[in-house]
Design a binder for this molecule. Structure first.
Ligand SMILES: CC(C)[C@H](C(=O)O)[C@@H](O)C(=O)O
Ligand code: SF4
Length: 467
């Protein structure tokens, strides 16, 4: 194996051909599909009389449109019901494994594939969903694709792609108390910008990531795309292997050791060359909250909404738009901003460790009067595990609602929606205008522990002061 980054090695190993366009025809090891971006792709396939080439390399689940309260069929929303029926039919007709509601394996696509061991180091993974970068936490090259590319993968198991450059994003040192993976990635995006990663894969490296659990690594890679990087990854190590061992689709017996040796060989070499390197110090990272309308508009919870003069010229127009939309004044503290809705969930922070941490802060406390707070597990397995540990009871006793798995209010393609100008504290990944349902609804992104802190205080508050 030649010297290089994991990205280079995996790309090279999956290259089928070099296309005259200069692009690479890349083999896709695992194709994940969900109800939103697959129906049209299957329709295009049908129009051309094509079949799914490798149905065993495609796995389907339903997440965006699933109601998290009443899941009785048919769904009240006819469009949601149509998408559901289409996925059921397409999976069945094409012999594609479909983890439907009630199967015990359903959930947000980026939660279920890792938990079942489908996501493995050295793979290429594509899904018609931008947060596919999540799977890079395992040392896979994983990226979101559009619907016509979903068609291409279904038909040929390959994609025509231009190779990305690689930026090593290094963070070193221990995280301070109250600082989580979410804060690390919000900090990175704040510093490098929401477009800073365009054209790059982000290799997250350094002792901070080495110390993280797989679930924390997934939180970081999940938001690579929010920094413009279509994929983000972390080199596989003992933490990765320990997480994978014994999972349903992980190699077993003698295959296991062989796989581990193979995965080790794919790590970026110490003398690998990068197109760019940036280095951060973990000690500088505080609990972070977004105040604006892009995930890059983040500040430490004890900082003030930036004034125009503090911002570089090119960030000023979007800042002005954000002040107006969010109804926040430049220079005001973010702490103390009243919240209406508190949401713990999503493919960023809806895993068991997120729920455990949220429950730790909710334990023995109560949601403030007038605040609607709810917890949505990322998958049926996460829900089951949380209930086995009694986390649901902790949340319920604290005044949180406990829901069925799905994307829920991360995107509000289901009944969980903000109303009017409501302001939400959310553990999800996007704070775009109108993202959580209402066209004028407002979102502040933060870690699950900070969402719980906000729920209890009725306003943005510092998790470090909750004790
Ligand atoms: C619906 C889907 C295409 C979309 C995505 O690509 O990310 C969604 O998951 C999101 O988070 O905005
Ligand atoms: S949880 Fe949110 S970000 Fe993740 S796939 Fe669903 S809608 Fe997209």
């Amino acid at each position: 194996m030649s010297k290089g980054t994991l990205f280079d090695k995996v790309w090279h190993l999956h290259t089928v051909s070099q296309l005259p366009s200069g692009q690479t025809q890349l083999f896709i090891g695992l194709h994940l599909i969900h109800e939103v971006t697959s129906p049209q792709a299957f329709a295009m396939l049908r129009e051309r009389g094509l079949k799914v080439l490798f149905p065993e390399r495609t796995v389907a689940t339903v997440d965006h449109i699933v109601p998290t309260e009443n899941q009785a069929r048919p769904f009240a929303d006819t469009l949601a019901e149509e998408m559901m029926v289409a996925l059921e039919r397409n999976s069945q007709e094409n012999q594609i494994t479909f983890y439907n509601v009630g199967s015990g394996n359903q959930g947000i696509v980026h939660v279920i594939a890792p938990e079942q061991g489908l996501t493995q180091p050295g793979m290429t993974i594509a899904c018609g969903d931008s947060h596919t970068s999540t799977h890079g936490a395992f040392g896979a090259i994983a990226f979101g694709i559009g619907t016509s590319q979903v068609r291409d993968v279904l038909a040929s198991q390959t994609l025509a792609l231009a190779k990305l450059k690689v930026r090593r994003v290094e963070v070193n040192g221990a995280l301070s108390p109250g600082v989580y993976a979410k804060d690390v990635v919000l900090h990175i995006i704040r510093k490098l910008g929401v477009k800073g990663g365009v054209g790059y894969a982000y290799e997250f490296a350094g002792t901070t990531f080495e110390q993280m659990s797989m679930e924390e690594r997934m939180t970081v890679c999940n938001m690579a795309i929010e920094g413009g990087a279509r994929c983000g990854y972390i080199n596989p190590d003992e933490v990765t292997f320990a997480y994978l061992e014994g999972r349903d689709f992980a190699p077993k017996g003698t295959d296991w050791q062989q796989a581990v040796d193979w995965w080790r060989s794919l790590r970026s070499d110490v003398d690998a060359e990068y197109d760019d390197v940036v280095v951060f110090d973990a000690a500088e990272i505080a609990p972070t909250v977004t105040w604006g309308i892009t995930p890059g508009q983040g500040i430490a919870v004890n900082e003030f909404v930036p004034t125009l003069t503090e911002l570089p010229q090119d960030e000023r127009p979007i800042a002005e738009e954000a002040y107006r939309y969010m109804d926040l004044q430049p220079g005001q503290p973010i702490k103390g901003t009243p919240v209406d809705v508190c949401f713990v969930g999503s493919c960023t922070n809806g895993r068991i460790s997120d729920l455990r941490e949220a429950a730790r802060f909710a334990q023995g406390r109560h949601v403030a009067a007038g605040v609607k707070a709810f917890v949505v597990p990322g998958s049926e397995r996460v829900k089951q595990q949380a209930e086995a540990e009694g986390l649901d009871q902790v949340f319920l006793a604290a005044g949180f609602e406990w829901r069925e798995p799905g994307c829920s209010m991360c995107l509000a393609m289901n009944p969980d929606k903000l109303q009017g100008r409501q302001l939400s504290a959310s553990s999800s990944n996007r704070n775009f205008k109108g993202r959580q349902g209402s066209s004028s609804g407002r979102t502040l992104l933060m870690s699950p522990a900070m969402v719980v802190t906000a729920a209890i205080n009725g306003c943005v508050a510092d998790v470090r002061e909750l004790g």
